[in-house]
Design a binder for this molecule. Structure first.
Ligand code: SF4
Length: 353
């Protein structure tokens, strides 16, 4: 079965134009809006991104505002979205755009790809959605739709597989309205040819030409080689409180979760004795120690299995002691500790009664 390029474009576009989700970044798809939204949408669900996008645009409506924002305020705006290097790269790229491109987001692939945090996918999304240029933008949704429609068994995690699907997409790009075409493919993958479970083929505008569907083999695609297992780390996390405040620590300027604040936490070695060894560096004298529930946080390559302790102390030692109010508005706390922040709210809520 061969697939007609014009038929593919026409069916996809008329389906998209007959109704799609209302997304705030689609109202006015400027290069700035597309760039910020696409970076936020990496590894994050659309519904979760919406309030962050609004808050971000209210605070930083232009690339000039993004260039000027202090790092801590930027992390606070991003708090909860995770993958914080994305936020840092946004600011670095904004500096370059203002200094080298007079504040205009470039409209060539080579210039875009040279900006921090912008890879092949984001460059393609900006060029096609904002600038209407015929560039491929391949996210997970688009890979899924294309490998199914063409029943292409390449491993999409391999360089060769990615290139093959990219070439395939290039061969079916329209000569006009690339903005709608790119968004339509992404939309189809998000709401019809869905990432988990059975795709909704009966609603799909491409069902008559989709080879995987014709062969009842939708779930065989896309093919992905097995991923490497994540490393697991067990950590003790300490909510050390005194006078309705909690002790915080600032993370180093580089590495995982750089520059964030955190609840003191330590890696558990097999030989570690919690109270004797781990608490020593904090020079604290516990009045009460209570074990809390365990929590898990998954990063890209590592998993933290956390065992929490609440430790109440007599008096404040050196360090940053924050009230709940300050924790909410001043100190950016990474996602990994959000569950313990909720536990803390219960503890300090109770202790003020
Ligand atoms: S027919 Fe089914 S498998 Fe094929 S693209 Fe549409 S939803 Fe996906």
């Amino acid at each position: 079965m061969s697939i007609e390029k014009e038929e593919f474009q026409e069916k996809l576009l008329s389906w998209y134009k007959s109704g799609h989700r209302i997304l705030p970044w689609r109202d006015d798809p400027t290069a700035y809006h597309v760039w910020i939204s696409e970076i936020m949408l990496q590894q994050t669900r659309v519904e979760a991104v919406k309030p962050y996008y609004k808050r971000f645009m209210d605070a930083l409506p232009t690339v000039y505002d993004l260039k000027e924002i202090p790092d801590e305020k930027l992390l606070k705006l991003w708090e909860g979205l995770g993958y914080y290097s994305r936020a840092r790269n946004l600011k670095k790229a904004a500096c370059k755009i203002v200094e080298e491109y007079d504040g205009k987001i470039p409209d060539t692939y080579e210039e875009l790809i040279s900006l921090p945090g912008i890879g092949d996918y984001t460059a393609g999304a900006i060029l096609s959605i904002a600038y209407q240029k015929p560039y491929p933008a391949l996210d997970g949704n688009v890979f899924r739709v294309l490998t199914r429609v063409f029943a292409n068994p390449v491993d999409i995690l391999s360089t060769q597989g990615k290139k093959e699907i990219r070439d395939l997409l290039l061969s079916i790009l329209p000569t006009s309205d690339n903005s709608s075409f790119t968004q339509a493919l992404m939309e189809l993958g998000a709401v019809v040819c869905i990432p988990s479970g059975e795709p909704h083929c009966h609603e799909c505008p491409l069902k008559h030409m989709c080879i995987a569907h014709q062969n009842h083999q939708e779930l065989l695609y896309p093919v992905k080689s097995a991923k490497k297992k994540r490393k697991i780390e067990t950590r003790y996390v300490f909510l050390i409180t005194c006078n309705h405040k909690v002790l915080l620590r600032k993370r180093p300027e580089t590495g995982l979760l750089a520059n964030f604040y955190e609840f003191p936490n330590e890696l558990v070695e097999e030989t570690t004795d919690v109270m004797d060894e781990i608490l020593k560096p904090f020079s604290i004298h516990p009045k009460k120690i209570e074990e809390l529930r365990s929590c898990k946080h998954i990063f890209t390559h590592i998993e933290w299995h956390m065992i929490g302790y609440h430790i109440e102390v007599e008096k404040e030692t050196d360090g940053i002691w924050a009230t709940l109010e300050e924790l909410e508005h001043i100190y950016p706390l990474p996602n990994a500790f959000i569950k313990y922040k909720q536990v803390l709210e219960n503890i300090l809520g109770k202790s003020t009664k």
